[in-house]
Design a protein around this ligand. Structure first.
Ligand code: FAD
Length: 396
């Protein structure tokens, strides 16, 4: 049975994040976006509110809330800007939750606690110049030498590249084994031979930090291997189940922002003697946004419920991510249309929404990858097995 009611705590949580976004992000985001400036202080302020470890149990420094509470945080944050939701997606969804599921007690104490409290920031390094959707094409290698793995390679399009303290990095320990030869490592920024460089000239998420990581003979202690050698691909896919959920939830927030701006504009702009909101073709775009928001939310909260129960949900999360991001991208496109020429300038926020809404259709599985996944599930070509490591630990 699905419960569509929010708890009093969740209602308060939504209000807290909404107020935070209204005060700390909305007044400044236009300028940050124009300058390409990522304000790391926002992450410290989110940490003060306990929002950098929403789904992490309290005994590891987190807030011990459920998945749909994380969805609420992501929705409200992306209403402010995609950059900050992206930061929570990689820090919590892709990194901390993965440490929670796969880390040893020693790794959790050393890395997870400081991340859940927001004292340290985590990121996720999977993509390489020659390996995006096709993960097994990655070139990075980690060679065991005594008590260390020597890591060499390059990652690209990594969110928080210049701001994260800890990175989950995927590299081949045995290239001959293809998917089964990839391993996951916890890498610290301070390790010798590590460097990062931000990417300039991005279409959107300009108020975020994205770029490259370089590993030149980085000596990673063997204790920093996450899971076993060869578990890397499985770990990456399990991480994406969490990351994609946060992206899908964020997309709902993007649609909310589009609606807010459009409703206001519809009431204030007049053509042919009436508010543009009274023209049926404009109403059609508004109605599509509302339908997209409500359908996306249902998919997101259903995936969240499955996660809360510890049921494998790769299929449902993929569907939520695919649909919500497409709806958000369409909503942003229509939002610019409703604003006419004014929507084409940064006098209004909708052009930022359109630019920002494109990356989520690409990252954490492109639209095409999710389309293929859904078709394969229906056709019976893809079947998921339950994985014990994926159970939500806060219930255990
Ligand atoms: C702003 C931003 C932030 C990001 N942050 C991170 C991060 O923090 N960590 C990280 O590891 N990565 C990150 N990424 C990278 C992102 O995950 C990849 O870009 C994504 O996985 C797609 O890979 P690609 O860009 O190499 O495209 P490709 O895989 O080269 O795909 C190119 C095109 O071909 C299509 N295609 C590929 N394979 C198939 C197929 N089998 N059938 C049909 N079509 C196909 C794709 O859908 C796409 O349209 C980020 C990207 C962006 C834009």
């Amino acid at each position: 049975m699905m419960n569509f009611d929010f708890s009093d705590e969740q209602i308060l949580l939504r209000k807290t994040v909404k107020d935070f976004v209204d005060c700390e992000i909305m007044p400044f985001i236009g300028e940050w976006d124009a300058k390409g400036y990522f304000d790391k202080n926002i992450l410290s302020k989110l940490a003060d509110l306990g929002l950098m470890g929403v789904c992490i149990p309290e005994n590891y420094g987190g807030s011990g809330m459920d998945y749909n509470s994380l969805a609420i945080v992501c929705e409200e944050l992306e209403r402010g800007d995609t950059a900050f939701r992206t930061a929570v997606s990689v820090h919590t969804g892709l990194n901390s939750m993965t440490l929670l599921q796969w880390g040893t007690e020693e790794q959790k104490q050393k890395y997870l606690v400081s991340q859940a409290t927001g004292k340290k920031i985590g990121a996720f390094g999977l993509t390489e110049p020659g390996a995006g959707s096709d993960v097994a094409s990655l070139q990075s290698t980690a060679k065991r030498e005594g008590d260390y793995y020597v890591l060499n390679g390059q990652k690209t399009w990594i969110s928080l590249c210049d701001n994260a303290d800890h990175f989950l990095v995927f590299a081949y320990t045995d290239k001959n084994k293809r998917h089964n030869g990839i391993s996951a490592f916890i890498v610290e920024r301070t390790m010798e031979g590590f460097s990062s460089k931000a990417t300039k000239g991005k279409l959107g998420i300009r108020a975020g930090n994205t770029g490259e990581l370089f590993f030149d003979q980085v000596k990673v202690p063997k204790q920093n291997l996450l899971g076993n050698e060869g578990d890397g691909f499985k770990i990456a896919m399990a991480a994406l189940d969490n990351g994609r959920f946060t992206v899908a939830a964020g997309a709902c927030g993007q649609i909310m922002a589009c609606l807010e701006s459009c409703v206001d504009y519809c009431h204030n702009r007049k053509t042919f003697g009436k508010e543009i909101g009274k023209h049926q073709l404009v109403q059609q775009m508004i109605a599509k946004m509302e339908a997209g928001l409500q359908m996306s939310r249902l998919l997101v909260y259903r995936a969240g419920e499955l996660k809360n129960k510890g049921v494998r949900n790769t299929r449902e999360t993929s569907l939520a991510k695919w649909q919500a991001c497409d709806f958000a991208n369409q909503a942003a496109d229509d939002a610019v249309q409703i604003h006419g020429a004014y929507g084409y300038s940064n006098e209004y926020p909708v052009e930022r929404y359109l630019r920002n809404s494109k990356a989520p259709v690409i990252y954490e599985g492109t639209r095409e990858i999710h389309t293929i996944m859904q078709a394969e599930y229906v056709l019976g070509y893809r079947k998921d097995k339950p994985l014990s490591q994926m159970l939500p630990a806060w219930r255990g």
